[in-house]
Each structure stands twice: as C-alpha cells, then as structure tokens.
Design a protein around this ligand. Structure first.
Ligand code: SF4
Ligand code: SF4
Length: 85
C-alpha cells in the first residue's frame, strides 16, 4: 500500500507534502525536472513507507491512503504509480 495524490492537487501544487516526506518519494518537487510542466505531484508507491505525514500537510486534502481514496478518484492510484514506471 501507499499514499496517493489525487485531483485537488491539480492547480494547487504547493509542495507542502514534499517538505514533510521523510523518504523523499514525492515528485516532481520544486526545482526538479518536470515540476513546471506537471499538473500535480505524485507519490512513488514503491518508496512510500506509509508514515502518513503528508496527509495532514496538504492544504486541499488531496492525499489519501490507497484504500481510502474516494471512488471518483480511484484512477489516481494508477496515475501516481505510472509516473514512476
Ligand atoms: S505517507 Fe509518508 S512516506 Fe508516503 S508519501 Fe506520505 S510522507 Fe512520504
Ligand atoms: S500538499 Fe497537497 S496540494 Fe500541495 S503539492 Fe502536495 S498533494 Fe499537492
């Protein structure tokens, strides 16, 4: 399992989550290649340790534990994983 970034990140993308992630698995962060072009940020499911630190840090409630992703945003589970494929 992993945490997943969903729809509300689009248009916000403030990177608050990047600052609190202990394993640096949220990309592309500010200053990284692709940050300007990307609609949103993504969590690498292979590196996420499920600590949950990013969830309350998000000002728009875009981050959910995988099993708790709202049904209308389930497609974001694959979107996050595909970003790192
Ligand atoms: S749950 Fe923890 S490890 Fe996973 S993305 Fe969030 S802050 Fe990083
Ligand atoms: S804190 Fe929320 S809105 Fe900001 S970049 Fe992370 S997921 Fe996107």
């Amino acid at each position: 399992m992993a945490y997943v970034i969903t729809q509300p990140c689009i248009g916000t993308k403030d990177a608050s989550c990047v600052d609190v992630c202990p394993v640096d698995c949220i990309h592309p962060g500010p200053g990284e290649e692709g940050f300007e072009e990307s609609n949103q940020l993504f969590i690498n499911p292979d590196e996420c340790i499920d600590c949950g630190a990013c969830e309350p840090a998000c000002p728009v409630t875009a981050i959910f534990e995988e099993s708790a992703v709202p049904v209308e945003w389930k497609s974001f589970i694959k979107l996050n994983a595909d970003h790192f494929a």
